[in-house]
Design a protein. Structure first.
Length: 135
């Protein structure tokens, strides 16, 4: 880097920039949800990844998405150096989802979708609901 250039590390990125990671789509058999998680994991710092997970869950994406080998996000990253922090955030997101949705009956995720075939969403006060016209 040139001496007259200042290295910028740690600039805060906005919500709209973080939400751009929700737009990535896979080119292989990987689930779209898993692909978005991996892209965000590789491209965001831990604090920004935590914010990303809020948008990810609000958008109705699946924290249990699998790749073509049947591995989920935790299985894909578990051997990496900083994986523990990210895995902890994923576990926190599962707990948050379960605590906010009274219809959850399964260990991970919500059975509301499996019963209604409609994606749950977060309201501003943190409760889940399903829009009648939402598919």
């Amino acid at each position: 880097m040139r001496k007259d250039k200042k290295q910028v590390i740690g600039d805060e990125i906005g919500d709209e920039q973080i939400k751009l990671f929700l737009d990535f789509e896979p080119v292989d058999a990987t689930s779209p949800s898993l692909h978005k998680l991996i892209k965000a994991y590789r491209g965001l710092r831990i604090d920004d990844f935590e914010r990303f997970l809020t948008f990810f869950v609000e958008a109705g994406f699946d924290l249990d998405g699998k790749d073509e080998h049947g591995d989920d996000f935790v299985a894909v990253i578990k051997d990496q150096r900083n994986a523990a922090e990210y895995i902890e955030l994923i576990d926190s997101s599962y707990r948050l989802m379960r605590s906010r949705c009274r219809s959850c009956r399964v260990k991970r995720g919500c059975d509301l979708f499996s019963r209604t075939k409609k994606r749950p969403a977060l309201t501003e006060n943190g409760a889940f609901f399903v829009e009648p016209n939402q598919a």
